[in-house]
Ligand binder design. Sequence first.
Ligand code: FES
Length: 119
Amino acid sequence: MKHVGAVPLADLANDGLVRLPYPPRDVLVALVEGAPTAIEDACNHAGASLATGPRKGSVVACPLHGYRFDLLSGDLLSPRRACPPQRRFDAVLVGDMVHVYDPFELALSHAGAVRVSQE
Ligand code: FES
């Protein structure tokens, strides 16, 4: 499992949304009822950054067209079936930092073959 990065817990206070660089689509990190969560930041509809959208509870709205996503599951809540869900990442609180991990890693071997690993 690849370590994507870490976000200070204080940056997530007051319903804060933080975009963690992870090219090409970055990761959106948040706290929902005190628990860390992370989903892909680039909206699956047309790529806007969800971290800049308005949030209400566990729901974030895309700033471009208003599609609403669940921060915990990455599921699209509305409009239904308009695009795939946002990919989820693992988020773990360690001390005063939220660490984010990519549970699905695609790597190229030295032989040029594609190797896929998932832990
Ligand atoms: S880019 Fe997010 S709803 Fe269109």
